[in-house]
Design a protein around this ligand. Structure first.
Ligand SMILES: NC(=O)c1ccc[n+]([C@@H]2O[C@H](COP(=O)([O-])OP(=O)(O)OC[C@H]3O[C@@H](n4cnc5c(N)ncnc54)[C@H](O)[C@@H]3O)[C@@H](O)[C@H]2O)c1
Ligand SMILES: N/C(=C\C=C\C=O)C(=O)O
Length: 484
């Protein structure tokens, strides 16, 4: 049984108020999470505030850069511990946690440490009315205490995608991991102490959202900015809390992403790419594809091939040989996804593959398992096509023209990501510009260059993070004008 305690000012803080942490593979009780109350939230925010004026705030940029590289090295040194913590919380296959989640945890510190060492400042030479000059130059300063609120699908990746740039820019953070995945954020506290990050720079408070640690953190008056990754409707609630005191927000929200396959696509690569986008991480990736549009000449062949992929997964324990698909994060989320599975059937969908619950052996039967699922035949107005399900499922529909594909893909209040599969270079670039999304992949999916702008359009987010774009939220840019 693991005790997930809060990490405040470099110390481990238990509270009398705990809730269960269960392994989604078999629903076993594996830990207790210590919920932070008002006192713990206040202590964490005040520790972060004080750290800005302590040794951390005095560090030279190069010292901060070296410390962040030490954090990344610390994650890699304890690689197996992080993998074990991540799969204990999520049940995801070992291959996924060890090839995506944990490596990106270290990379998210390194990329921003290197950025902050090399980023130039802006200057302008002004010719003044008195035939003189003035020198204008930009000065970037840390924003202050950043509240970091994280989801459960890629816990370490998504938390460090925010903590990396926040610390690189000289801020301090109070992290509220998802109640479902306390493990890796807690373990990172050990690494912060091991490598000598000053107390109060990185703090972790556990709990839920409304009425709990999440909401309390967003409402604390000493929090200077809030970066959040999660559902769009949660973003709406956090934005209301941030409005008090006029705090800036950076949001990565929900999506209902389209995958568009043209008849001229490399067929096998398109099938493989859409299968990854629909089923990876058991469909629990915000960038994932739940709406697939296939040009009519190859529609039937593509549907059959995707159905084969859906039936070809090996479900089981994260470290069992050959396992390449895990459970959903929780029984509660499983009920949500199965609700959509039932709704699709009730609305008359053709179930090409899956559509229910797999027969799992022994104690695994108690886990949050669902079948990878492919549907066709539903109208575009169906809830299954309009609403984010966040499970291993997708609906496939045919289209004829490029204009029709664009209209279908853009007919959603979301605008996070899309993938387009075509060998026609003109089609690729026209689609890339026409799709109303923050990220459009051509003949690829979830291929990440951490220097690029990452974020969602419409109701999928506010702001862009990645490379220099992260500076906009994690620093404040001031201008100094010197009359010469
Ligand atoms: N755009 C992206 O990059 C991205 C990445 C991953 C996940 N997501 C989205 O996240 C969702 C799945 O994650 P989830 O179920 O954890 O999301 P969620 O919104 O339910 O919860 C996310 C976090 O917010 C906290 N929270 C909930 N209500 C809150 C409130 N009122 N105030 C403060 N904190 C609150 C939760 O405790 C949790 O830590 C999906 O919609 C997915 O699309 C988006
Ligand atoms: N933010 C990122 C991924 C988001 C994945 C959503 O589930 C990233 O790759 O930086």
């Amino acid at each position: 049984m693991t005790d997930f305690r809060n990490f405040i000012n470099g110390q481990w803080v238990a509270t009398g108020n705990t809730f269960d942490n269960r392994d989604p593979v078999d629903n076993r009780l594996v830990g207790r999470v210590h919920e932070a109350g008002d006192a713990e939230i206040d202590a964490a925010v005040r520790a972060a505030k004080a750290a800005l004026r302590g040794p951390w705030g005095q560090l030279k940029t190069q010292q901060r850069v070296e410390l962040l590289h030490a954090v990344a090295d610390g994650i890699n040194r304890r690689f197996d511990d992080f993998v074990d913590a991540e799969i204990a919380d999520t049940g995801k296959p070992y291959a996924l946690a060890s090839h995506l989640d944990i490596p990106r945890g270290a990379a998210n510190f390194k990329i921003f440490a290197d950025l902050i060492r090399n980023v130039p400042n802006e200057t302008f030479d002004l010719e003044t009315p008195d035939n003189g000059h003035a020198l204008n130059y930009g000065v970037r300063v840390p924003r202050g205490v950043i509240g970091v609120i994280c989801p459960w699908n890629l816990p370490l990746l998504l938390m460090t995608w925010k903590v990396g740039p926040a610390l690189a820019c000289g801020n301090t953070v109070v992290v509220k991991p998802s109640e479902d995945t306390p493990g890796t954020a807690t373990l990172l506290g050990e690494v912060m102490n091991e490598v000598g990050v000053p107390a109060g720079v990185y703090n972790v408070v556990h709990g839920r959202g409304p009425g709990s640690a999440g909401e309390k953190l967003t409402r604390h008056p000493l929090v200077d900015g809030i970066t959040f990754t999660g559902e769009t409707r949660t973003g709406e609630a956090i934005m209301q809390a941030a409005a008090v005191g006029v705090r800036p927000v950076s949001f990565e929200l929900g999506g209902k992403n389209a995958g568009i396959v043209f008849a001229d696509a490399d067929f096998d690569k398109a099938v493989a790419g859409i299968a990854r986008a629909a089923f990876d991480n058991t469909g629990q990736v915000c960038l994932g594809t739940e709406r697939v549009y296939v040009q009519r000449p190859i529609f039937e062949r593509f549907v059959a091939a995707l159905g084969e992929r859906a039936r070809g997964f090996t479900l089981g324990r994260p470290k069992d040989p050959g396992v390449n698909l895990g459970p959903l994060i929780s029984q509660r989320h499983r009920d949500k996804v199965l609700g959509y599975y039932n709704r699709a059937r009730e609305e008359g969908a053709t179930v090409v593959a899956g559509g229910g619950v797999p027969d799992m052996p022994g104690e695994l039967a108690a886990g949050a398992w669902v079948q990878p699922t492919v549907w066709t035949g539903l109208p575009e107005t169906s809830a299954v096509i309009q609403q984010e399900i966040f499970g291993p499922c997708c609906h496939v529909a045919p289209f004829d023209t490029e204009e029709e594909a664009i209209a279908l893909a853009n007919a959603t209040p979301y605008g996070l990501a899309a993938s387009v599969w075509t060998t026609n270079v003109g089609t690729a670039h026209r689609m890339g510009r026409a799709l109303e999304v923050g990220i459009c992949w051509i003949n690829s999916w979830f291929l990440r260059d951490l220097r690029t702008a990452f974020g969602g359009s419409k109701q999928s987010g506010i702001g862009r993070e990645g490379g220099v774009h992260s500076l906009e939220f994690y620093t404040e840019l001031r201008n100094v004008c010197v009359k010469l």
